[in-house]
Design a protein around this ligand. Structure first.
Ligand code: MG
Ligand code: MG
Length: 262
């Protein structure tokens, strides 16, 4: 889409319903993340869950994407294919989903630890999630897109992680990918001004090693060039005055993982 499509208050409530369903789906997937599970099983779960709740998987057939979820393990950054691969102890796996419900589209991702992961990879997950929260804090009326990117970059740079630059967050709602682009890097006070009615996905993709990525011959999968792990978390937020309105939630995931809910 070439221009920003603003959403009415009613649109945002419809988007919240779609986003909450997607958040519940990620919670269901969280229960299934364990060593020995084939990633295609998660995709089937998502397909059935979405259809059973009256939605359509937004990713399925999107520019020919053949699955309901993007499942990206370890050095895969995003857009990985679910398949016969069995999760194993020490893996991390990014699960990215989208639901179209009554024509309103939601998009969210969470990177799960499988069993016990190493402390440096756990830190990568923690910092990526923290950078997402800091980016979301900037999604308020009067700020600019560059403020979001700066907040994420400022958090991540302290750890000398690689920030993926070729792929970015985006507007969402009536289409899966709308304007504006939301890079995970930037300069304060630059870029498009944020205004009420914008709904955006903020989704840092952060590499333990270098920022460089490669695109696979399958036309979709993106992985790190140095084969080190990559983390990805994504929330969908409505820009508001004072405080961003986060339409998705990780509370179902955290409940499933028995984490302390903030
Ligand atoms: Mg996504
Ligand atoms: Mg997205």
């Amino acid at each position: 889409m070439s221009r920003v499509l603003l959403k009415s208050a009613d649109d945002i409530e419809q988007l919240r319903i779609s986003a909450q369903l997607l958040s519940r789906l990620l919670g269901e997937i969280a229960k299934e993340i364990k060593p020995g599970v084939q990633t295609i099983k998660l995709d089937r779960l998502a397909y059935d869950f979405i259809n059973d709740h009256g939605g359509t998987p937004s990713f399925l057939n999107y520019h020919g994407f053949p699955y309901s979820l993007c499942i990206s393990v370890n050095d895969q950054v995003v857009h990985g294919f679910p398949g016969a691969y069995e999760l194993k102890d020490g893996d991390i796996v990014s699960v990215d989903g989208g639901i179209t419900l009554n024509n309103f589209i939601s998009d969210s991702a969470y990177t799960f630890a499988v069993g016990e992961i190493s402390p440096d990879v756990q830190q990568l997950l923690d910092v990526t999630l923290e950078s997402l929260d800091l980016g979301i804090e900037q999604a308020v009326v009067g700020k600019r897109v560059g403020d979001i990117g700066f907040a994420i970059q400022d958090c991540v740079d302290k750890y000398h992680y690689g920030i993926v630059k070729e792929l970015v967050g985006h507007g969402v709602g009536f289409h899966l990918h709308e304007k504006p682009e939301i890079p995970n890097y930037g300069r304060k006070g630059t870029g498009i001004k944020l205004e009420e009615g914008m709904v955006i996905c903020i989704e840092p993709m952060i590499n333990l090693g270098k920022a460089a990525i490669k695109f696979w011959d399958d036309g979709w999968t993106v992985s790190t060039k140095d084969a080190k792990p990559s983390a990805h978390f994504e929330h969908m937020v409505a820009v508001n005055k004072g405080k961003a309105d986060i339409l998705t939630t990780f509370s179902f995931v955290e409940e499933a993982l028995n984490k302390v809910i903030k």
